[in-house]
Design a protein around this ligand. Structure first.
Ligand SMILES: Cc1ncc(COP(=O)(O)O)c(C=O)c1O
Length: 396
């Protein structure tokens, strides 16, 4: 049987590189083009490119250098930093690669022995698996559902302290995938101060942060000072994944190194990416409004369906996805591959993010409300058939 969760060791892949297993499940599932889809962790917003670009649409393939707007300026303004603190990348995933390469470059000549990276779990597989390729050792640090069932997912500080003390670099995702919750504020401050006390570089994948930007306690990790690197992109919150536009924010010395690495590996950014990226950055409020609308329109129905099946729903206060535990400890891959499939519905099993989440399911309310209503009906039926089957099995 295939395991789909992210890897934290190179076991079985000596002299090689481990696969990104979850894509072996997710890509074929997407190719089935099921009628109902609650699997998107990213907002599904229909950008109108011809309206966004006007006649510039014909110049997409022409060089962007010399174009009037530098996207770094828009991002720097939004984040309260200078353009020297921003590097544009091809998506957050390339941001992960380049941040880690830059962090390693900064310490390589002063570390005696192995380079160790501590990475949060559950997670997006390219985070620990980039570290498996580039560093010598990866330590897993767990984030767990709250004991009281509702609220922020929490860390075990003793476990994290031990991991941080053994590492030179840590990698976190402040808005977690698949739970959709932001980092508890006390945990966040504790992680930063513990890392800083130990001289550890912090890399934060903030791909989902913009959905929390309007909340009171919002703060991006780069704002904590030197050696605090933030990664973001237009993929998830702003529905522009296919153009591969992302960025890194850090102190200017780190960005100088990151830029050299980017140029070494990628040369320059793709012109269509830069031109569409700038146009999107100038219109982000269109999507912010749509997210607000989707939350208001879609969440009441989701709450009602989950409640009807006796499922505890720990709803994140912002964003477009969350996760729940199936009743009777059911296996979520079986639920997605059989019960949901029978109702032409796609959801994401928690096992794509961690072996601890085999009974969890991620659902998103990132689609247009009429479509969401139909998908919710399919979820209702899938939960009903899964629970009935369990009850029948139990009584036999
Ligand atoms: C935490 C996290 N970061 C990054 C990404 C991908 O971002 P991008 O498309 O900008 O590379 C994902 C996608 O699932 C993700 O979950």
């Amino acid at each position: 049987m295939t395991n789909y969760w992210p890897r934290f060791t190179r076991a079985g892949f000596a002299n090689s590189v481990a696969p990104i297993d979850y894509l072996e499940w997710y890509i074929p599932a997407l190719q089935e083009a099921r009628e109902h889809n609650l699997s998107f962790s990213g907002m599904q917003f229909e950008w109108n490119l011809s309206e966004l670009l006007g006649n510039e649409i014909y110049d997409l393939a022409k060089p962007y250098i010399g174009d009037v707007v530098d996207p770094r300026e828009i991002i720097a303004n939004r984040e309260g930093v200078d353009v020297e603190n921003v590097l544009i990348t091809h998506g957050a995933t390339q941001g992960i690669n380049i941040s880690l390469l830059a962090a390693i470059a900064k310490i390589r000549d002063s570390v005696n022995g192995e380079i160790t990276v501590a990475v949060e779990s559950p997670t997006y597989a390219p985070i620990p698996q980039t570290a498996l390729i580039l560093a010598d050792r990866v330590i897993r640090m767990n984030k767990s559902p709250p004991k009281e069932a509702l609220g922020h997912w929490r860390i075990d500080r003793k476990e994290w302290q031990k991991a941080i003390e053994q590492s030179q670099i840590i990698m976190i995702t402040p808005i977690s995938n698949p739970c959709g919750w932001d980092l508890d504020l006390d945990d966040r401050d504790w992680i930063i101060s513990t890392a800083q006390k130990n001289g550890v570089i912090i890399i934060a994948d903030e791909a989902y942060n913009d959905a929390y930007r309007h909340t009171d306690s919002y703060r991006s990790i780069h704002s904590f000072g030197e050696n605090c690197i933030s990664i973001n992109s237009l993929t998830k919150v702003y529905s522009m994944g296919p153009i591969r536009f992302g960025w890194i924010i850090a102190d200017s010395a780190t960005i100088v190194i990151a830029r050299r690495i980017f140029m070494t590996f990628s040369g320059v950014m793709a012109s269509p990416t830069m031109k569409i990226g700038v146009a999107a950055l100038e219109n982000l409020s269109l999507v912010d409004d749509a997210i607000k609308h989707y939350r208001e329109a879609n969440l009441p129905g989701l709450r009602a369906v989950l409640e009807r099946h006796g499922i505890v729903w720990n709803e994140p206060p912002a964003g477009v996805f969350g996760c729940f535990k199936l009743p009777y400890d059911q296996d979520s891959e079986h639920f997605a591959d059989h019960h949901c499939k029978a109702n032409d519905l796609l959801v994401v099993p928690g096992s794509m993010f961690s072996d601890d989440l085999k009974n969890w399911v991620r659902v998103a309310w990132s689609i247009e409300p009429n479509k969401f209503k139909l998908a919710l009906d399919a979820l209702d039926k899938s939960l009903h058939s899964a629970i009935t089957q369990k009850q029948v099995n139990k009584s036999n």
